[in-house]
Design a protein around this ligand. Structure first.
Ligand code: NAP
Length: 322
């Protein structure tokens, strides 16, 4: 006789964390190539993982489902209305990934500004035979204007790097004004159009939602400086990628640093043909330390929820009040 609740693990988890879960729950690992909806059909109480679309099509058969613990801060993959309707709790992993993701945003800014990837390739191709001409010069980062689209946890961590490490002027937009951060960072609020027009570096750090989908399109790119560098570490669908390719091809903006794309994984793209693009495969939080911390936090959230305790981070805490 087993009273244990059932948990499905969607991604690869460290062995010790799998064992920790197995102490308290019956654990099933989603097998590569297995049908997600079918694996989730039956008395599944908890799901842990990331990077998969979960809505009615996947979850309809999981009649006992209590909690989904996502190993991410973003939750655009989950049909929140459906989860709320079903009374399924969604937990996530903010904070532990903030600094690492901000590091990557800054890496992309610096790499694009100083043309690191392009010149690394140039060097390796045997082109360094004489002094470097100004055709290969980059642009300064320090002292420039840094625009933060979404001054939340990660946006603020990027802004601190810019303000205190690089002497940058910080401008931002968000749903609401941030008086404390304005004070700390000397940051100034701007409406989106002004933010676009004034920024030398624009970092996109808003969550993907119906309000932010394709927030940056042809019109918005047209408002940016031709010397501006655009960095997206949020979600690909926030930027109209076809419009971005065109803007980069035509020199409407100088360069882009991209961690995220409209479609992922991405093995072919017109972006890959552009020298003024630095592209990495969604590695915002992908360090050993941070991915470990995220997995531990997600396991913790899952355990607490299934034990009837309060998880550390809940996206839709209201479902517990019913
Ligand atoms: P957060 O603390 O919730 O910050 C989000 C910020 O965006 C808030 O300041 C919010 O404003 C603002 N915002 C939301 N909707 C907006 C809109 N329509 N217009 C203007 N501003 C808006 O989240 P976070 O931890 O910083 O993470 C942000 C996002 O980064 C996540 O949702 C995730 O998609 C992405 N991310 C990506 C990676 C990666 O691997 N590339 C890693 C981590 C996170 P208010 O505060 O005024 O509501």
């Amino acid at each position: 006789m087993s009273m244990k609740k059932n948990v499905v693990i969607l991604n690869r988890l460290a062995q010790d964390l799998v064992e920790r879960l197995a102490n308290n729950f019956n654990v099933t690992q989603l097998q590569p190539g297995a049908d997600l909806a079918q694996t989730l059909t039956g008395p599944v109480h908890g799901v842990i993982g990331a990077g998969r679309q979960l809505g009615p099509a996947e979850l309809a058969g999981a009649s006992e489902l209590e909690v989904i613990s996502t190993i991410s801060v973003g939750y655009d993959n989950y049909d929140l209305d459906y989860l709320n309707e079903r009374g399924v709790l969604l937990t996530n992993t903010p904070d532990v990934l903030t600094e690492t993701t901000a590091d990557l945003a800054f890496t992309l800014m610096l790499t694009a500004a100083r043309r690191i990837v392009e010149l690394d390739n140039w060097l390796r191709a045997g082109n360094w035979r004489a002094g470097l001409g100004s055709d290969y010069f980059g642009c300064d980062v320090h002292g420039k204007t840094l625009g933060i689209l979404g001054l939340g946890n990660i946006g603020a961590a990027i802004a601190r790097r810019g303000r205190f490490g690089f002497g940058m002027q910080v401008l931002y937009t968000a749903n609401s004004r941030k008086p404390d951060l304005e004070q700390e960072l000397g940051a100034q609020y701007r409406e989106l159009d002004a933010l676009l027009a004034e920024s030398d570096f624009l970092c996109v750090v808003v969550p993907l939602s119906e309000r932010t989908r394709k927030l940056i399109g042809q019109r918005e790119l047209g408002l940016m400086k031709s010397s501006a560098i655009l960095v997206n570490i949020a979600r690909g669908q926030i930027i109209d990628e076809a419009a971005l390719v065109e803007a980069l091809q035509q020199g409407q903006i100088r360069a882009a640093g991209l961690d995220v794309f409209e479609r992922e994984p991405l093995s072919e793209s017109p972006l890959f043909a552009l020298n003024n693009v630095v592209a990495v495969p969604h590695i915002g939080s992908a360090t050993h330390e941070t991915r470990r911390a995220m997995a531990e936090l997600a396991v913790c959230n899952l355990e607490l929820a299934l034990q009837g305790d309060t998880p550390l981070h809940m996206v839709n805490p209201q479902v517990r009040e019913r």
